[in-house]
Design a protein around this ligand. Structure first.
Ligand code: THU
Length: 147
């Protein structure tokens, strides 16, 4: 089982590739899969600002592209201002909580969500079910397992 530190390290390495020239706020996400492998993503902004994608959403869609949507067990997220050493943890935005919930319910498990700052600092750990209580998801439509 990959420890939270390794997952956060992977997220931090991914954040170095964030495409965020507009907000100058880099986010990296790393997803731990059942076989111990890690899938990463970064925020991916666009000159048409509203088209921008969050790191957690990019990582989740990337896991899905390998047929691994239901195999996600934990998430590591870091974020902070580019060129700074922000130590405060960031937590996933509301939309990303909903996207992660799709994976959680398809996989039939709750997810551990580890959060940290771009520049380091402590790792704060949550359950996705605490970050998004009473979630609506595929289970409500009779699809997938039940997280
Ligand atoms: N962002 C993420 O990638 N994930 C989140 O959970 C919160 C926000 C990105 C979106 C945008 O590119 C930048 O952070 C500033 O909002």
């Amino acid at each position: 089982m990959t420890d939270p530190e390794a997952l956060i390290d992977a997220a931090r390495r991914a954040a170095a590739h964030a495409h965020a020239p507009y907000s100058r706020f880099a986010v990296g996400a790393a997803l731990l899969l059942t076989d111990g492998s890690i899938v990463t993503g970064t925020n991916f902004e666009n000159a048409s600002y509203g088209l921008s994608l969050c790191a957690e959403t990019v990582a989740t869609a990337t896991a899905n592209a390998s047929g691994r949507l239901g195999d996600i067990v934990a998430v590591g997220i870091v974020g902070g201002r580019m060129g700074e050493t922000d130590l405060d943890p960031i937590r996933p935005c509301g939309r990303c909580r909903q996207v992660l919930n799709e994976a959680a319910q398809i996989g039939g498990r709750d997810l551990a969500v580890h959060c940290s700052g771009l520049g380091g600092g402590t790792i704060e750990t949550h359950r996705l079910s605490d970050l998004l209580p009473h979630a609506f998801g595929p289970a409500d439509l009779g699809i997938g397992g039940h997280a």
